[in-house]
Ligand binder design. Structure first.
Ligand code: SF4
Ligand SMILES: [Zn+2]
Length: 314
């Protein structure tokens, strides 16, 4: 059985039914917050405070998504997001940029009420850049409005995942490559930066295709105006992905492929590319794993393609 062959309603239902139990979260506390650094590509880093906001669950049902695990089942109460930001920032040092990630679309007013935009603008006034995430569907008037009321520059992150039309469609993202391009054009016209998430070896992609497909997707993202692409190694963990794995439709990439993917991506010389290093340790169990992770981190920072780790075991 190929779940992606199901009609829209049945596919959404199958994805929901495959889920493990969802956690209960507090609408007035961030799910997590951290202080991190991101390369600027000129040999320097920029400091970022990254907040994972608690808010209403995204209304889309992407097949690989596990972000719903820490979201609310109801609309985010008005005033809750500013309270979360205020408390999280009290725990973090100063930084140049702030990322307000909300496990969905920042411009979905059920997740982030428009009435909170002014307070969010005031709380983030000292940051030079504010990064939020959004599905292309929500990149509309409220996005432009938000960019005009904040002091820093806005950057919107879009989860394109893959620019291969059949794969994008099977991921149940509910947008096409053309929709992505149009959203990118709107951002460009409003002088808003764009970052793009691309998956390394997404479901329905064979290991033989994955490197070529990845480079194709990166080029499509840069052609559309991406300032930076962040590559996300495919992971299991949302129920549907375990089912797909069992059916042979997904094989998460190993560290060898992730390292090679980053090197090849940097060799394109199209723009900034980083690998999301979250949970990278769980990706490899070979003796070379620590060296590969170190090399990935070094390439992330330097933005230079480095020789690949040599290993006789894998
Ligand atoms: S749009 Fe993003 S948050 Fe929403 S289901 Fe898809 S991957 Fe998850
Ligand atoms: Zn090895």
């Amino acid at each position: 059985m190929d779940p992606s062959a199901l009609n829209q309603r049945d596919l959404d239902r199958w994805i929901l039914q495959s889920r493990p139990v969802k956690a209960e979260i507090d609408a007035y506390s961030c799910v997590a917050q951290m202080h991190e650094y991101e390369p600027l590509g000129n040999g320097t880093d920029v400091s970022c405070n990254t907040l994972f906001l608690a808010n209403r669950e995204c209304s889309f049902r992407c097949i690989m998504c596990d972000l719903w695990k820490q979201t609310l089942n109801r609309n985010t109460p008005e005033g809750a997001i500013p309270i979360q930001i205020n408390s999280a920032l009290e725990m973090l040092p100063e930084a140049d940029w702030i990322k307000l990630y909300n496990a969905g679309s920042f411009f979905d007013s059920r997740s982030v009420p428009v009435t909170d935009y002014n307070s969010i603008g005031e709380l983030t006034a000292s940051y030079r850049k504010i990064v939020v995430e959004s599905h292309p569907y929500y990149i509309a008037e409220s996005c432009k409005h938000f960019s005009e009321l904040i002091s820093g520059r806005l950057e919107v992150a879009i989860g394109l995942e893959s620019a291969i039309p059949e794969i994008l469609n099977k991921l149940n993202k509910r947008f096409t490559v053309e929709d992505f391009r149009k959203a990118a054009e709107r951002l460009h016209n409003w002088d808003i930066d764009m970052r793009v998430f691309i998956m390394i070896q997404p479901p329905f992609e064979s290991p033989e295709q994955s490197l070529n497909n990845l480079l194709f997707s990166l080029k499509a993202a840069f052609d559309a105006g991406a300032r930076i692409c962040s590559m996300i190694p495919t992971r299991l963990g949302n129920g549907a992905m375990e089912m797909l794995h069992g059916l042979g439709y997904v094989s998460p990439p190993n560290l060898k492929l992730i390292e090679e993917a980053l090197k090849s991506a940097l060799e394109l010389k199209r723009g900034l590319v980083i690998v999301d290093t979250w949970d990278l340790e769980s990706t490899g169990s070979c003796v070379c794993s620590p060296l590969r992770i170190e090399n990935i981190i070094r390439m992330n920072r330097s933005q230079q393609p480095l020789p690949l780790t040599q290993c006789t075991e894998c």
